[in-house]
Design a protein around this ligand. Structure first.
Ligand code: 5GP
Ligand code: ZN
Length: 115
């Protein structure tokens, strides 16, 4: 746990959240300011600040982010109509919380293009 990291505090339960999934590698909870009917954040339990910090030894965690995303998309019933997964990394991407997270957005047709 990294002091002063909001998502580490959510994982530990120090800060309340609408947690919807957790296992030994990842935790998922609803975004405080949802941008779509389904907006879930899936985060590694281990503090990794951004994609710049991922190492080969983290590959099991990174894989789990995706298998959890698949499970949650089905649970939220957005798997068939489709959904968007987003990872912002660094200032140009607008990353605000420096604890790696996968946004799962669904329940409406997503706007495009990005960038
Ligand atoms: P980023 O811009 O870093 O990719 O996204 C950070 C996300 O975390 C934002 O969508 C923001 O709404 C969400 N967020 C920030 N603080 C909290 C919090 O305390 N609780 C929850 N559930 N979401 C948060
Ligand atoms: Zn953290």
């Amino acid at each position: 746990m990294t002091t002063n990291c909001i998502f580490c505090k959510i994982i530990s339960g120090e800060i309340p959240s609408q947690k919807i999934y957790s296992d030994e590698l990842v935790t998922a909870f609803r975004d405080l300011h949802p941008l779509a009917p389904t907006h879930i954040l899936i985060v590694p339990n281990k503090h990794l600040a951004s994609v710049n910090d991922v190492e080969p030894e983290d590959e099991a965690i990174l894989g789990r982010l995706f298998t959890a995303a698949r499970k949650l998309a089905a649970q939220e019933a957005v798997d068939q109509n489709g959904f968007r997964l987003i990872v912002n990394s660094g200032p140009h991407a607008g990353q605000e919380v420096f604890h790696l997270h996968l946004h799962l957005l669904g329940g409406q047709k997503m706007r495009y293009p990005m960038g």
